[in-house]
Design a protein around this ligand. Structure first.
Ligand SMILES: *[C@@H]1O[C@H](CO)[C@@H](O)[C@H](O)[C@H]1NC(C)=O
Ligand SMILES: *[C@@H]1O[C@H](CO)[C@@H](O)[C@H](O)[C@H]1NC(C)=O
Ligand SMILES: *[C@@H]1O[C@H](CO)[C@@H](O)[C@H](O)[C@H]1NC(C)=O
Ligand SMILES: *[C@@H]1O[C@H](CO)[C@@H](O)[C@H](O)[C@H]1NC(C)=O
Ligand SMILES: *[C@@H]1O[C@H](CO)[C@@H](O)[C@H](O)[C@H]1NC(C)=O
Length: 267
């Protein structure tokens, strides 16, 4: 299903007459069509049911797809694993932060990426599912097949065959080898650098990292305004890696505190 890479006619012509026109050709090629080596790597480590992941995907990341110039300089990879954990004593079963439904949808989204490797195609599907997550309607995720005219069979085969689990374990390994390690999701990495809580400004970081000559128009305003800010306010809301531990700790602290208070009252 992958569409052939877009090669401008001028580039093909260049290859033919390479020895004569090397300089003008490389100018042409890099001028209007960023080469793959110029592309800025954009990684999103997320989990399907984290509301902040959904918010980032449908209200921020989608902007890349609304701007062909911007899309042409980005090499986007999605990693649907997030804060899930491989169960102790096993290598193949895992638990997800927001429960089994999240494991299901993480796996479905991993399958979508494998089945439709073109980012334009799998993003459409993931965008649709995450929109339902955002609207608290994720049990209706299967409506996305019909909405987008996609065949559900490939996804259900991927899921039931265990291939989806394989893919998830792959994403687990990639997430767990992040350096520095992720602390929460959404965890956005541009050109190898995590953006921490400034992730909503990811476009500024893309513009800053881009070394090619075809600077997207979207970067012209941003370079003036945002990029040179000393330090952005950490405002982005997140799903923390250790939420479970935290709430357990807080609950037990409150329980023991209440017990003490009761004792004080009854004494
Ligand atoms: C841009 O150039 C710098 C310095 O050569 C390099 O470290 C960086 O990785 C490059 N960025 C991209 C996106 O290629
Ligand atoms: C799983 O193993 C890790 C590391 O050995 C340990 O810290 C953790 O408490 C274990 N979790 C459970 C649920 O047993
Ligand atoms: C998990 O993987 C490790 C290393 O590959 C292996 O030694 C171990 O036996 C596996 N455990 C299970 C329960 O499959
Ligand atoms: C599962 O993966 C294998 C190996 O990548 C592939 O040959 C097979 O077609 C896949 N099966 C399904 C149902 O996707
Ligand atoms: C840049 O900013 C101006 C004024 O704020 C706006 O009208 C214009 O559309 C912006 N251009 C881009 C490419 O975002």
């Amino acid at each position: 299903m992958a569409s052939p890479p877009r090669k401008p006619l001028s580039l093909v012509f260049c290859m033919v007459s390479l020895s004569f026109f090397f300089f003008s050709c490389s100018f042409l090629a890099s001028r209007s069509f960023p080469s793959d080596t110029d592309k800025v790597e954009l990684g999103l480590y997320y989990e399907s049911l984290c509301p902040y992941s959904a918010n980032f995907i449908i209200n921020y990341l989608v902007k890349v797809f609304e701007d062909d110039d911007l899309l042409s300089v980005v090499d986007l990879h999605l990693y649907p694993w997030g804060n899930a954990k491989i169960r102790n004593g096993t290598n193949t079963t895992f638990d997800c932060q927001h429960g089994p439904s999240e494991c299901l949808l993480n796996t479905v989204e991993a399958c979508a990426i494998a089945i439709w490797p073109d980012v334009n195609e799998h993003f459409q599907f993931i965008y649709c599912v995450e929109t339902l997550v955002y609207e608290h309607k994720y049990p209706e995720w299967e409506t996305c097949f019909e909405k987008l005219g996609l065949d559900p069979k490939a996804i259900s085969d991927c899921y039931t065959s265990g291939n989806g689990t394989e893919l998830e374990l792959h994403y687990a390994a990639e997430t767990n080898s992040l350096e520095p390690p992720h602390q929460y999701v959404p965890w956005v990495v541009v050109d190898g650098q995590p953006l921490y809580e400034d992730y909503e400004n990811f476009i500024s970081y893309i513009c800053k990292a881009y070394n090619g000559t075809a600077l997207p128009k979207a970067c012209s305003n941003i370079t003036l305004n945002t990029v040179y800010k000393e330090k952005a306010e950490p405002t982005g809301p997140v799903c923390n890696k250790e939420t479970t531990t935290w709430s357990t700790q807080i609950r037990s602290a409150i329980t023991s505190w209440m017990r003490k208070m009761n004792m004080a009252v009854s004494m």
